[in-house]
Design a protein. Structure first.
Lengths: 337, 337
DNA sequence: TCAACCTGGGAAAGGGCTTTCTTCAGCTAC
DNA sequence: GTAGCTGAAGAAAGCCCTTTCCCAGGTTGA
């Protein structure tokens, strides 16, 4: 691997000069040397060692992102937004999948600190686990104290900059929509109990139930994915066949529920309504097209990255951006039969 | 940020000793010092600077992956496989989205070289662009010459280790399935002409057409995504309403086609059959469930990462792994009306 | 008792780059 | 002619680690 010293030697200049030319430093250099050095760079196919640069400059540039799983459409969309902004700013993004293992999240914070990440963006749901939250917070604080920036998406347990999707009011919208249509007994497919996203959305749903004076007795907790949704729909209906609507706390689970209902030959929305949450891109392409609560996922990602990169925020009180959601009515909901 | 020197000072030992203890070096150290150093690490919340380590060890560890777009389900699945294997080996993955801009691919190769990536995995389709291919090849060769490993997925233009999805024979399967069902005039929704994935799959399809002595006159080229597929389906049918089947060269486009057909009130598969390619997870959840050619995407990713990490392959002739595909019959195909 | 050998620990040399501090040549100005 | 600049280039320090090499003190064996 060619080094700067090689380039300098070949061009017959000092390393200092070579470095200045390659980095377009402010210090003026004669055109003659510039040409020679650039020629040497070309001939040797020289690329500066990023680690050495980062060490010498002691300036951080990469941005770390911790998600549950990039291949989940929810995070894929958020990541798309994150990447767009990062690329615009010429920043490298390091993506870490925690696969919903809290310990792995802790490990990744350390890893990103070791990598001298300029900022860490936590893009997965928070956990109801006081001990974990404490150790995560302490790790994040250490990171911030050493100059790192932290931005979270939808986690209220951390005193850092945050982009907060309106999970609670989205949950309310979800419930209100069904109750307004006249449904009285609805089944809820919730995500893992441990996730704050689940409880936030559920809280909104419960509030809607209170406002409309409806019970909310049938809640099934499942994995936040398609198969979890399918299984939960099955168990919900086995337990309570009279349900006229199913509210899933994310689209993946709603799609799973649709799959189950199709296999069980139950008509949607004629016999039962289904509503989701998130409005992932695929929601409009399933049949019936999914009524859901829209969250502008890519925008959430973009905003989080923008905050993380905004250095003027340094040493100010954490800023919180609320992101609203809206109902998107498609074909999977109707009044009860 | 605490440094090793801080730790050593606090523990009252030399940096050398501290380093040895922290890294669990082979050199024996007394228990007394070990305890003191680890305590200092804990108190200072010390994390070694990864850049300094990489510099000192001059050993590469991260793996670079260049995809078109992680948020595309096709790449999301591949990436999932890649990540799984990388994590098992304790390797960091740097994901780069080229968004199908060849120049950006070139830039990312440089960037990954600068980052001292141990390997680069090129996971997007190749381009029909001789000049680009040449410059990419030359950049990759430079990278390999300096000890980097290159693994490509589905690109035949590079003389490196490769995982090759059977795009051509998958295309054949695609066509054969429709012709066997009795379709005589089929419309093809192809991806961008510039991509080798498009032409490979199309070549298989043409071969099937020859074998079954059927014409293949209606090919629409479009973006490799849902909206491209919808637009292409519309133009195909505007041009030739008698078509009884549409073969899309990937599932996203097939789903777009289904969306268009639904909006145009054309029944699938009663009036027209639709077949896709890839078998993305969502293919089974659209209605009608999509008949498609299955490619084990996550496994492709896993194999590519395994090859990239397999050091025993160093200095051997490049290894090529073929990955077969199979037809998955669901509900979007039927004999012509 | 002394040479030969371990052993655990430290000093210091890198690794590749940036950047400050110097140096030196070439000018201007008196 | 020389003091005083200015501008361009180089020397060298420093970023944070790892690892080789070396040393002192303690063992062992003859």
């Amino acid at each position: 691997m060619a080094t700067l010293a090689d380039v300098a030697r070949r061009a017959g200049v000092s390393q200092a000069t070579a470095s200045r030319i390659i980095n377009g430093s402010a210090k003026p250099v004669t055109e003659r040397l510039r040409v020679r050095v650039l020629a040497a760079v070309e001939e040797l196919q020289y690329v500066p060692n990023a680690h050495a640069q980062s060490l010498a400059r002691s300036q951080r540039s990469a941005i770390g992102v911790i998600v549950h799983d990039v291949s989940d459409p929810y995070f894929a969309e958020i990541t798309r937004g994150l990447q767009r902004v990062a690329t615009e700013h010429g920043r490298l993004v390091i993506i870490c999948n925690s696969y919903r293992h809290p310990e792995r999240e802790l490990e990744y914070v350390e890893l990103l600190r070791a990598q001298q990440a300029a900022a860490i963006i936590l893009a997965g749901s928070g956990y109801h686990d006081a001990q974990f939250t404490r150790s995560l917070n302490s790790k994040l604080q250490v990171y911030e104290r050493t100059g790192g920036r932290v931005t979270v998406i939808g986690r209220h347990q951390h005193a850092s900059d945050a982009v907060m999707p309106a999970n609670e009011s989205g949950g309310y919208l979800l419930g209100a929509e069904l109750f307004r249509l006249g449904h009285r007994e609805i089944g809820v497919i919730a995500g893992p109990r441990l996730l704050t996203t689940t409880t936030d959305r559920l809280a909104g749903l419960r509030r809607a139930a209170r406002d409309y004076s409806r019970p909310l007795r049938h809640v099934a907790y499942a994995d936040f994915d398609r198969d979890g949704g399918a299984a939960a729909a099955a168990s919900l209906l086995a337990q309570r066949p009279q349900l006229t609507a199913i509210a899933a706390l994310n689209d993946s689970m709603a799609i799973g529920a649709l799959a189950y209902l199709r296999s069980a030959k139950i008509e949607v929305p004629a016999q039962i309504s289904v509503i989701g949450f998130d409005d992932m891109p695929i929601a409009r392409d399933v049949t019936p097209a999914l009524t859901t609560v829209r969250l502008p996922l890519a925008e959430i990602g973009a905003r989080a990255m923008t905050m993380a990169l905004d250095d003027s925020l340094r040493d100010r009180p954490p800023r919180i951006e609320e992101i609203g959601c809206e109902i998107v009515r498609r074909e999977s909901t109707a009044p009860p039969p």
